[in-house]
Design a protein around this ligand. Structure first.
Ligand code: ADP
Ligand code: MG
Length: 719
């Protein structure tokens, strides 16, 4: 084959000499995920500038970005103050001064007296005298562009002109043929008069180079029909990829876990032994989980459950997990329960041992404890119990799936307080489950528990491959927590409040802030607070828990507090969110303005667990500028106004936006760039309806569509 017959390279980077190392600009593009022609074509401008028109100097106002043409009437280098080139131009309507602090001989030449120039920049000042700092300038002979000029995100490594060229060539080379099924319902055209749907190619070309007659506002608020086309495309790609993920899971198998309801069966025994009745919501979610694990798959066994159990702090998720574990154990398998920290895990362990150990012992089985920080001997004992199957329930940190742990038969994994289990972790779990069932890889059922509910719109779009169970009711007898915002200057009053709680035999949490993620500074801060409180509250034991303590020490401090021997617990480790000490009735959060909304909500959930009236004090301190940021103020306001976890999550999403809310990396999901879940709900509904039909009737077209939009990012679907 001759060399000339070879296909051009896939890459759309502007014709670069063939060499191994990429230029900084090429690397910067790559970092943005702009590799293929289509990636570049889909890289849309941040904003647009109108360079199609020349305006009269007299018509410009302060703050306008304007393009004017005039004759240079004066040009010199001023040495007054900072050295600068000052140029005065006149267009007959008025004059405009141009200033350059850095300039070259070429500037002086192009801007010499008598020259005609076209300049563009931001106008400062008004009728007393207009100025432009560092305007761009060109010859008046250059033809004016006919379309608005796109402005792309740029940086020092990635100059605007380079991005423009790259995008332009990507746009020219990319395959922009239609991938929306021709005979399907067109996407809804939205409010306003009817507009026929746009073709993708037209929409993209338009958005990169809009005609000058377009209302800029419709481009900027993304309501223009060309935008709708792109949003529809994007939402469809996302729905398709979610469905694919679900289908991939359908190819996997997990052990079938039938529900045993006779009196002697483990779940029934646990229910009978519990000191309380389940709430209606708890009963409902247990049934959802049980039904999921007992649903036979085609060809035998079951599909692995992939379920999120959401319930506000204190809603009672642990007992639901325990019941799911009982179902799994009764069917002859093992269950692993993991928490993100050792303290949380050990709390679960104690609770589960209390509930289950007597029942398991009668069957010759037990609950095992496994963490990274364990002594060698204990660890190998635990590993042996797990390998033989004698350990029916294994509780620990994520070390449970990371280490060289071999299970006899792992059928259910429960993960607490983690927004979403990553792809890598899921693959690790599959390895732990081991083997195949009827030719399909075997995976345990997965139950993820979270107190940070996923707002409905997110659940519908990002988590289409996830089933959700919700505990929407708290156990009876809880008293609502009163939340107070208190300025840091009134700290003394708060200490008085602590004293009165202690006098009533109650306990208090005091949480110190995270300062710029510097553990050392946090520690100083917490140590000081600890000393201050100890001094202010003579006769009270004040405990200190910080992130740098060894796990064993943390556990000991926590145990003292749980047992009621410590009155006040000062803590920096905000991660220990699942702790359960019903006697604690007051939570003080210092520098509350520095915490995230869901963190604050989680922390507040540590109190109000008993019958006593409980309170949460959010101490806030203005920063040096004397201000609390707008976002921080909104968070504090939300905390004071509601204690409903769903409302909190909704506001959190509003304040932070979905990208941050989910944590792009953690979610593994490709985030939406163009569509807005609330604003484009009609397009989302359309995409949800179309996606399954498209997969069924034209899977090849669906695959092309997903590849175009997600490209390599759809890798995550393989897990
Ligand atoms: P979370 O959902 O925040 O993990 P937990 O599982 O820690 O909540 O439960 C909080 C407390 O409520 C625990 O002490 C638990 O034993 C108790 N609890 C759970 N369910 C009920 C119930 N139905 N009635 C009374 N108390 C319950
Ligand atoms: Mg919990």
């Amino acid at each position: 084959m001759s060399v000339s017959a070879a296909r051009p390279p896939e890459s759309a980077l502007p014709a670069a000499p063939a060499r191994k190392t990429l230029s900084p600009a090429q690397q910067a593009l790559r970092k943005l995920g702009l590799v293929r022609d289509i990636d570049l074509a889909l890289h849309l401008p941040l904003r647009w500038e109108d360079q199609t028109r020349i305006v009269r100097i007299a018509d410009t106002r302060n703050g306008d970005v304007a393009q004017v043409e005039g004759t240079v009437v004066h040009s010199d280098i001023s040495l007054q103050g900072r050295r600068q080139l000052k140029v005065l131009i006149d267009d007959g309507s008025d004059q405009l001064e141009l200033r350059f602090f850095t300039f070259y001989p070429s500037h002086r030449k192009a801007l010499a007296e008598g020259q005609q120039v076209r300049v563009r920049g931001e106008v400062r000042g008004g009728f007393i005298g207009r100025t432009m700092l560092h305007p761009s300038f060109s010859s008046v002979e250059a033809p004016l562009p006919e379309a608005l000029s796109p402005i792309y995100p740029a940086s020092a490594q990635l100059p605007q002109a380079y991005v423009r060229r790259a995008v332009q060539s990507g746009l020219q080379r990319a395959d922009l043929s239609e991938t929306l099924p021709r005979n399907a319902d067109p996407y809804p055209h939205g409010p306003g008069p009817y507009q026929p749907p746009w073709l993708l190619a037209d929409a993209l070309r338009f958005l990169h180079h809009p005609t000058a007659d377009v209302a800029l506002a419709t481009l900027e608020d993304r309501s223009h029909p060309a935008w709708r086309r792109l949003k529809a495309e994007e939402l469809l790609a996302q729905q398709l990829s979610q469905l694919e993920a679900r289908r991939a899971r359908d190819g996997l198998r997990a052990p079938l876990l039938p529900i045993a309801t006779e009196a002697g069966a483990l779940p029934m025994q646990l229910l009978a032994a519990l000191p309380f009745d389940l709430t209606a919501a708890q009963r409902r979610v247990v049934e959802e989980i049980a039904a999921d694990m007992a649903r036979p798959a085609e060809g035998g066994e079951a599909h692995p459950m992939h379920r999120l159990l959401q319930g506000d702090v204190g809603a009672g998720k642990t007992v639901v997990a325990a019941l799911a574990a009982c179902i799994c154990i009764e069917a002859g398998h093992q269950c692993a329960l993991m928490a993100p920290t050792e303290i949380l895990a050990s709390q679960h362990f104690e609770k589960l041992v209390g509930w289950l150990q007597p029942l398991l012992a009668a069957r010759g089985r037990q609950v095992a404890w496994l963490t990274g920080g364990q002594k060698k001997k204990q660890r190998s004992e635990a590993l042996a119990l797990i390998a033989s199957g004698e350990a029916a329930l294994i509780v620990g940190t994520h070390a449970v799936i990371q280490g060289p742990v071999v299970f006899e038969s792992l059928a259910l994994a429960v993960i607490d307080e983690q927004h979403r289990f990553g792809v890598a972790q899921r693959l690790a779990l599959r390895e732990k489950a081991g083997g195949h069932i009827g030719g399909a890889p075997r995976e345990p059922h997965l139950l993820m528990m979270t107190a940070t509910p996923i707002p409905r719109t997110l659940a519908m779009s990002y988590y289409a491959d996830l089933d959700v169970s919700t505990i929407d009711e708290l156990p009876p007898g809880r008293t609502p927590v009163v939340t107070k915002l208190v300025a840091d200057s009134r700290r003394d009053e708060v200490v008085g409040r602590i004293a009165s709680q202690l006098a009533q035999g109650r306990q208090v949490y005091w949480v110190c802030p995270l300062i710029e993620e510097s553990e050392a500074v946090d520690l100083v801060n917490a140590t000081q607070t600890h000393a201050d409180l100890q001094e202010a509250l003579p006769g009270t034991t004040v405990g200190l828990l910080h992130s740098r303590m060894p796990a064993a020490e943390k556990k000991a401090v926590m145990a003292e507090f749980s047992a009621g021997r410590t009155g006040v617990l000062v803590s920096t480790t905000v991660i220990e969110v699942g702790v359960d000490v019903p006697n604690a009735s007051l939570m003080v959060i210092e520098h509350a303005e520095r915490f995230g909304l869901s963190q604050l909500h989680q922390l507040r959930g540590r109190v109000g667990r008993g019958a006593a009236a409980s309170a949460c004090v959010l101490l806030y301190a203005p920063n040096e500028g004397g201000r609390v940021s707008e976002a921080a103020r909104e968070r504090l306001r939300a905390m004071a106004e509601t204690s409903d976890g769903f409302e909190i999550a909704r506001r959190d999403l509003e304040i932070r936006g979905p990208g941050e809310f989910l944590g792009a990396r953690q979610s593994g999901a490709a985030l939406l760039r163009f569509a807005d879940l609330e604003q484009d709900a009609d397009l989302l509904a359309w995409a949800r309806d179309l996606a399954p039909k498209m997969l069924k009737f034209d899977p090849a077209l669906a695959a092309r569509h997903v590849a175009r939009w997600l490209g390599t990012r759809s890798e995550f679907l393989k897990a």
